[in-house]
Design a binder for this molecule. Structure first.
Ligand SMILES: O=c1[nH]cnc2c1ncn2[C@@H]1O[C@H](CO)[C@@H](O)[C@H]1O
Ligand SMILES: [Zn+2]
Length: 345
């Protein structure tokens, strides 16, 4: 199998990652250092032995099991220093794979355990992104996540805080966390508030739950983008609507197989959706938890779905269209992607 794509070129291709969680992308060495400095206990004292606790290994039965991996890192993400550093290092990791633009997301309320305020959390996060952008030249913006298992009242506060950072690197908000039992409609009011502030949003849907969840996100909430959306084909009318309205799908192939959004590559609908003209984007989700990077994600497209380099360019241009950026910024990014592909092809 394979599309005959020269693998050595994949790393050099210009890339965009629109779906990337901060807490799922902590380097093991960084966790060790933060734990040491803060007196936190970890299950292992060196990188090799710590890694199995940080990433999904072998069989992961479900999204809920996948999400249990985040419990290990969150205690070390409760200070301004750690949040700034981890955000900076995510940009650094993106630069290693020639990403030109990334949108990094974080659940602000998950970082209040040691007394930081919501504003301090977001400030530290965007400061790290900005420093990363200045150092590596990767344009980096933030998305603030509301957790679907948190009370809507608490999420309203998250939206208010995110809105205060709209001129300082926050470009959108999101809904993430366990999908079963927490439909998007529970947070209708929360995303109405986002709309009032002119904050666009993306909703994780169709990953662990089926098309109903995507329906809630698209029809009831009016989402601008869909996080994953793998199970969209379960509702043909909805698929047609998503296609016609050009609502982007943030696919994360390696994570999607791990969380069992699809049971295997044979049933993973990326080729089918792409060929049907859905606005497919390809992203990493969680660099550490999923043990991935953008180069590996593109290799999956070549190995399992015969995507050619021009098709990969189309995927990146889809990401430009889907990006939460101003028109002029998108125009520049589009130009940069086209130019770099032309040089490489
Ligand atoms: O693929 C995913 N689906 C749903 N929720 C996720 C996924 N990856 C991470 N998180 C959740 O988002 C929180 C903030 O980053 C993480 O702590 C995790 O609970
Ligand atoms: Zn996600």
């Amino acid at each position: 199998m394979g599309s005959g794509v020269d693998k050595s070129v994949l790393r050099r291709l210009p890339k965009i990652d629109l779906h990337l969680h901060l807490d799922g992308s902590v380097r093991p060495q960084t966790l060790l250092e933060l734990a040491e400095a803060e007196g936190l206990t970890l299950p292992a004292a060196d990188v090799d032995r710590l890694l199995p606790f940080m990433r999904v290994e072998g069989d992961c039965p479900s999204l809920v099991d996948y999400l249990s991996k985040f419990d290990l890192v969150l205690p070390a993400m409760q200070t301004a220093y750690s949040l700034e550093r981890i955000a900076y290092e995510v940009v650094e990791q993106a630069a290693e794979h020639n990403c030109k633009y990334i949108e990094v997301r974080m659940g602000a309320r998950l970082h209040l355990q040691k007394g930081l305020s919501l504003d301090e959390v977001i400030e530290s996060f965007v400061t790290g992104l900005r420093r990363g952008e200045a150092t590596y030249g990767v344009k980096a913006r933030g998305i603030i996540i509301c957790m679907r298992n948190h009370a809507p009242q608490d999420n309203l506060e998250v939206i208010e805080a995110a809105a205060r950072f709209m001129e300082r690197g926050v470009v959108a908000v999101d809904l993430a966390g366990p999908e079963d039992g927490f439909p998007p409609e529970l947070h209708l009011e929360v995303f109405d508030l986002a709309k009032k502030h002119g904050l666009p949003f993306t909703i994780h849907a169709g990953e662990a739950a089926g098309a109903d969840s995507i329906y809630g996100a698209v029809v009831k909430l009016g989402t601008n983008r869909i996080g994953h959306g793998v199970r969209l084909k379960e509702d043909r009318d909805l698929l047609e609507r998503v296609r016609a309205e050009r609502i982007p799908l943030e696919f994360c192939p390696i994570s999607n197989i791990q969380t069992k959004a699809s049971t295997n590559w044979e049933t993973y609908p990326i080729r089918e959706y792409f060929d049907q003209g859905l606005l497919i984007t390809v992203n990493t989700d969680n660099l550490t938890v999923s043990d991935t990077n953008m180069t590996k994600e593109l290799a999956v497209l070549a190995d399992h779905f015969q995507f050619t380099l021009p098709e990969m360019e189309q995927i990146m241009l889809n990401s430009v269209e889907a990006a939460f950026l101003e028109k002029e910024e998108k125009r520049q990014l589009h130009e940069e992607i086209v130019k770099s592909f032309a040089e490489l092809l």
